[in-house]
Ligand binder design. Sequence first.
Ligand SMILES: Nc1nc2c(ncn2[C@@H]2O[C@H](COP(=O)(O)OP(=O)(O)OP(=O)(O)O)[C@@H](O)[C@H]2O)c(=O)[nH]1
Length: 554
Amino acid sequence: MEATATLTLSSSPTGARRSPARPTGASLHLRRVPTLSFHLRGAQGPAAFRALSSPFPGCRRRRRGSGMVVRAEMFGQLTTGLESAWNKLRGVDRLTKENIAEPMRDIRRALLEADVSVPVARSFIESVTEKAVGTDVIRGVQPEQQLVKVVNDELVQLMGGEVSDLVFAKTGPTVILLAGLQGVGKTTVCAKLAFYLKKMGKSCMLVAADVYRPAAIDQLTILGKKVGVPVYSEGTEAKPSEIAKNGLKEAKSKKTDVVIVDTAGRLQVDKAMMNELKEVKKAVKPTEILLVVDAMTGQEAAALVGAFNVEIGITGAILTKLDGDSRGGAALSIKEVSGKPIKFIGRGERVEDLEPFYPDRMAQRILGMGDVLSFVEQAQQVMNQEDAEELQKKIMSAKFNFNDFLKQTKAIAQMGSFSRIIGMIPGMNKVTPAQIREAEKNVKFMESMINVMTADERERPELLAESRERRRRVAKDAGKTEQQVSQLVSQLFQMRTRMQKMMAGMQGKDTPDMENLAESIKAEEQAAVATGKRRRKYGNLRQRDLDSMRGYRR
Ligand SMILES: Nc1nc2c(ncn2[C@@H]2O[C@H](COP(=O)(O)OP(=O)(O)OP(=O)(O)O)[C@@H](O)[C@H]2O)c(=O)[nH]1
């Protein structure tokens, strides 16, 4: 026999539900550990791989020595489903509503297969479609790569965007109350959290408030010993709220930093369970109430977090058993469905197997395309850099027109800040958040007027400066006053002059001494409002603008 294979199956009932066909010539050794992995060696390795992995879409192969290790990764099936979406976009030159329709169907199917609920999948698809179609083409980036980036960003948002850190009490011990259904891993999480907090330098105490399962107290005591933290218990006779209260008193007297309260789990959500939790909550006023949920239960876990939140008001969730054959639905839906963040994930039975939940890392793990993402990000940066250089050239040759103006205002809307573009022009990176907000407020107002200008007028702003009729027409079409249009025209010329001066000032200086752009725009705006005296032929355009305009035409 030339090939050997070691196959390990998930310890969970759902993980073990499918058994791959046994390949000829390969020996299988079954162990109960919570991932699926094959180690194949010998000439028949590839054949054995195909036979073994066929029931597990998303299996990954890795060469190891002369053999190969195959793992059915968490979310493997979802990753595979998404891959088929990218493949359908090969050969298209930009993303359109039409050509992404089918890939979007694939993504939707992949999400549903991963056990994401229908409404969550629907709103995800809607927002990806909207963002993908509205994305500018980035030079050198394939449309399918661009879609990967959009999907990644939306996945990160779906999972809460930012990492949600544990909150600690300002004074006295921080109390963490753990709740959850039976067997989800609450008791194990107590020890894992204590281990994690000890590594952070916090002293911990575990409180055994699960009085219904005598073994739970023993289990907690053993785990407490293992991680080196004291366990407070009063046996199975006392009331959980009393035990928690006394435990907290003891922790205070010992100046313990964090108290973790283990509560009883039930097979399903019931009134008695909720009432008991409410009592414990009232007795110890926890800083964090975390619901422990099993990732294997998919969208049910998300619904459960929502239900507990409505009943007792929780601060977040801990998702366990993500190392098994979890399809990912829980991780993807919890925040969206319940509004509560996932704070930690459990990825194994050992005390070390708990880590904070990072939405961005999780999204990358799902897509399995870290390299594509960083490539698209770099290309975007290059494009912004090129934009900035182009803008600089235009400013220097006094050709900054309404199209550039609009492009900049749109860039503001897109990026939420001037500073990303402006910051790339050397010396122009002093824009403050208040100025950004101010600039953003004006964006829509200006855009409405620029949108109704003709292509010629946008290209050559002096057409508007010279013709009162044109300004009147723009005002009428945009629903603004003639004065507001004149102000916009005047602002563009002032901006142009000002920018030119700044650029000229910058040349030959390492650290130019100049005001930032937004400040200058604001100053000019105020000046424009204050002036009204020199309005003759050009309505309320100011003499200085006319001079600058003449300079442009020379
Ligand atoms: N694979 C895997 N197994 C886990 C994980 N967390 C817990 N388990 C296992 O799940 C089983 C149940 O864990 P417990 O901590 O006893 O669950 P519990 O919620 O306290 O259960 P009750 O006290 O009955 O409510 C144990 O065999 C744990 O080893 C995890 O992240 N991954």
